[in-house]
Design a protein around this ligand. Structure first.
Ligand SMILES: Cc1cc2nc3c(=O)[nH]c(=O)nc-3n(C[C@H](O)[C@H](O)[C@H](O)COP(=O)(O)O)c2cc1C
Length: 177
C-alpha cells in the first residue's frame, strides 16, 4: 500500500488550504510541519511537503532537506505557494536551486501554486518587507515591469486570493501514478 502524508507550513493560510485539499482528495494523513519528525515521516511511502514562499525561501522546508539522507528512497513531492504567477519556469528555477541540492532537485517532483495576501493581516516585519519591495518596483522603468510587478503595484495594500482547487489537478494526477 502507498501510504501518503501531507505536511505543510503556512503563515497566513493559503498553503494550509491546499494541503487540506490534497489530503482530502488523496486520503492522506495531514500534519503541520512542527508536528512531524523523521521518525513520523519514515512511516510513509510518499511525502507531500507544502510551504509558503517568503523571499524565495520555502517555509519549513528544512524538515525535508535536513532529513534527506534518510528520506531519499521515498517519493517526495514539494509544492510551493506564492504570489508569483506559476506559468514562468524562470521564476521557479532559482527558487529550487536556492532551497535544494542538485541531488535533491533531480529526484523531488515540484509543483507551484498561487496563494494570496491580505495586507491587513501581515505582521510588522512582513508589512515592512512588502513596502520595501513596492519601493524597489516603483523605481523601475515601466518597460522593465513584469506582469507580477504590475499586479503587486495594483493590489498593494489590498486583499487578494488566487487559491484555486482546480490548479491542484496535475499534482493529484501525479499522486495517483
Ligand atoms: C514578506 C513576504 C515575502 C514574500 N515573498 C514571496 C516570494 O518570494 N515569492 C512569491 O511568489 N510570493 C511571496 N510572498 C507571497 C506569499 O508567498 C503568499 O502570501 C502566500 O500565499 C503565503 O502562503 P501562506 O499564507 O501559506 O504562508 C511573500 C509574502 C510576504 C509577506
Amino acid at each position: 500500500m502507498n501510504k501518503i502524508v501531507v505536511v505543510y507550513k503556512s503563515k497566513y493560510g493559503s498553503t494550509k488550504k491546499y494541503a487540506q485539499w490534497i489530503a482530502e482528495e488523496s486520503k492522506a494523513d495531514l500534519f503541520e510541519h512542527s508536528q512531524v519528525d523523521i521518525k513520523k515521516l519514515m512511516e510513509y511511502d510518499t511525502i507531500v511537503y507544502g510551504g509558503g514562499l517568503y523571499v524565495s525561501g520555502i517555509a519549513g522546508i528544512s524538515v525535508i532537506t535536513k532529513n534527506y539522507k534518510a528520506l531519499k528512497d521515498k517519493r517526495i513531492i514539494v509544492f510551493t505557494v506564492g504570489l508569483a504567477s506559476t506559468d514562468r519556469k524562470e521564476v521557479f528555477s532559482p527558487i529550487i536551486e536556492k532551497n535544494f541540492s542538485k541531488e535533491m532537485s533531480d529526484s523531488i517532483k515540484f509543483f507551484h501554486l498561487r496563494g494570496g495576501i491580505d495586507y491587513k493581516k501581515l505582521g510588522f516585519i512582513h508589512k515592512s518587507m512588502m513596502a520595501m519591495l513596492k519601493t524597489v518596483i516603483s523605481k523601475k522603468d515601466s518597460q522593465e515591469l513584469s506582469d507580477d510587478d504590475r499586479e503587486l503595484l495594483a493590489t498593494y495594500g489590498k486583499k487578494v486570493d488566487f487559491t484555486d482547487k482546480s490548479t491542484l489537478k496535475p499534482l493529484l494526477l501525479f499522486l495517483e501514478k
